[in-house]
Design a protein. Structure first.
Length: 368
């Protein structure tokens, strides 16, 4: 049987540095676990614009469509701020999401005990936190038409349209229920059904999907503004949260910061199953391209490493190996290994990106 294929798009800024550590772990999987991937690499974002004049070429897009999974580093940087909207680095990422139809964005917020003091919340509120926000990614107000800035009378008006179809809501609800069955079996759906018709439809459809196909999963509904408050008040009440594109964008960043370090958080964007049964999939760290520290060996590779762990779990059905990688990261943190972004008031010496990779590889070796 052919090896599963991975397309690596390291991107801009610290992207190539953190991805280098992931490539070492992919190599380790082959050497020590007999798990081999056919890895190819290409450009996305600013580096693609520099080389080709577009943030994502058609050829790269075709490669992404054909791959079993895509691993992305980060895109963007200040040198591209003045570019026309149509060729900004972020448009490359948006095109990948749109054309691969990656409608379900999984954003875990997990607080490692060793880092609980980094959270701005009290330790007992966040220690051991493990929730996932499932954000609808290809519809809603970011994509709805009509949109634009128009002249009305003697002033300008900005218009965006919040639009959801039943099928768009149903498929993301389904992915949240499926995920909950593998976790704490609890879903909380968030919208604004009190003031938005799209919210009323969202609540109705999520309830219908639950009653028809997932009656064994505990379902609750919450207004998104209350959801934001509850996330900060007592986040451990949640297991899986499912919500639309706009609220998901805001709530997942809020949840991310509960953990105290953006450099730690992975994400997965999943679509419909392909012919081989694997979902269309893109995995990426939540953090940006951090151009201010690029090339200095300061970047924390853990979010990118954990994104690969998510790929092992959701694309390749290698849950045990995903857990092995996650446990290795946990051990390294418990042992006090810290990149610059994880340095606390007690000080100490920060390790480089490569040294953090070394430590994770050593922990993986110790797991055998």
């Amino acid at each position: 049987m052919a090896n599963p294929s991975l397309l690596i798009l390291a991107g801009d800024g610290i992207g190539p540095e953190v991805m280098a550590e992931v490539k070492r772990i992919i190599g380790w999987m082959g050497a020590k676990r007999g798990i081999h991937f056919d890895v190819s690499e290409d450009l996305v974002g600013g580096c693609a614009y520099d080389a080709h004049g577009v943030p994502l070429t058609d050829a790269t897009m075709a490669k992404a469509q054909a791959a079993d999974a895509v691993l992305l580093g980060a895109v963007g940087g200040p040198k591209y701020d003045k570019l026309d909207f149509s060729v900004k680095p972020e448009r490359g990422l948006l095109r990948l999401r749109k054309e691969m139809d990656l409608f379900s964005n999984l954003r875990p917020a997990q607080c490692f005990d060793a880092l609980a003091d980094f959270s701005s919340l009290k330790r007992d509120v966040v220690a051991g936190l493990d929730i996932v926000i499932v954000r609808e990614l290809t519809s809603g107000v970011y994509f709805g038409e009509p949109r634009g800035i128009f002249k009305e009378g003697n002033e300008r008006v900005g218009i965006n349209t919040q639009r959801y179809t039943e099928s768009e809501i149903a498929r993301v609800a389904k992915s949240a229920f499926e995920l909950a069955r593998k976790r704490g079996n609890k879903v909380c759906s968030m919208e604004k059904a009190n003031v938005m018709e799209s919210g009323i439809l969202w609540r109705d459809v999520v309830q219908e999907v639950h009653d028809r196909d997932y009656p064994d999963v505990e379902l609750s509904h919450m207004y998104a503004d209350n959801g934001a408050m509850q996330l900060v008040r007592w986040p451990k009440q949640f297991d899986v949260i499912v919500t639309d594109n706009l609220f998901g964008d805001v709530l997942s960043d809020c949840a991310a910061m509960l953990t105290g370090s953006l450099g730690m958080l992975p994400s997965a964007s999943l679509g419909a199953p392909m012919a081989n049964g694997r979902p269309k999939a893109l995995y990426e760290p939540v953090h940006g391209s951090a151009p201010d520290i690029a090339g200095q060996g300061k970047a924390n590779p853990i979010a990118c490493i954990l994104s690969f762990a998510m790929a092992l779990r959701y694309s390749f059905d290698l849950g045990d190996e995903a857990t092995r990688v996650e446990k290795a990261v946990e051990k390294v943190l418990a042992d006090g290994v810290r990149t610059a972004d994880l340095m606390g008031p007690e000080g100490g010496t920060a390790v480089t990106t490569t040294q953090m990779g070394d430590a994770v590889l050593a922990a993986l070796d110790a797991s055998l």
